[in-house]
Write a protein that binds this ligand. Structure first.
Ligand code: CMX
Length: 134
């Protein structure tokens, strides 16, 4: 398996429109687009930075995972996503090496990416996403 880059850093936010004031108006980043991933009860907004991106995450429902994360820990860094060339192969390899997986198979993330999460218990408390894009 080869990690190609940090694809994005996901940040849990109460209100994306308010957070845009920081990321766009103050930091001067370009808002490249937003997308709701209904299945994961989250709306995303992407801000490219060099060859990676900041992904703001706002829950679409009070019982969504991002809402629950904010309830427990407050707003802040939610996950780090590593771009890999082949998510299925990476999951297989990491599982064989004893890493606990949240997703045994990839699911669909924002922008049509294939994504899968590793269990934070195996990654020193950080939610790690593997991400493959065309
Ligand atoms: N950081 C650290 N730990 C986290 C975490 C986070 N962001 N999210 C969950 N955990 C922990 C939980 O506390 C739990 O720990 P325990 O087992 O000790 O209780 C464990 O990880 C499993 O969490 P869970 O909520 O019980 O498990 P689920 O399978 O229901 O959901 C997950 C896991 C990560 C998929 C879900 O919590 C989540 O965050 N979903 C949203 C995914 C997302 O951000 N999608 C955005 C679009 C995708 C894209 O980036 O393109």
């Amino acid at each position: 398996m080869k990690i190609l880059r940090v694809d994005h850093i996901g940040i849990a936010i109460n209100n994306i429109d308010e957070a845009k004031q920081l990321y766009h108006d103050l930091l001067g980043l370009n808002h490249a687009g937003s997308e709701t991933v209904a299945e994961q009860k989250v709306t995303t907004a992407f801000f490219p930075v060099g060859d990676t991106e900041v992904e703001l995450l706002e829950s679409t429902a009070p019982d969504g995972p991002v809402a629950k994360f904010i309830e427990k820990k407050g707003e802040g860094v939610h996950h780090i996503a590593f771009r890999v060339d082949n998510v299925e192969a990476a999951l297989e390899e990491l599982k064989a090496k004893g890493i606990k997986l949240i997703d045994e198979k990839p699911r669909k993330g924002a922008g049509g990416a294939k994504i899968a999460f590793l269990h934070p218990k195996s990654t020193h408390g950080v939610l790690v996403e593997l991400c493959e894009r065309e």
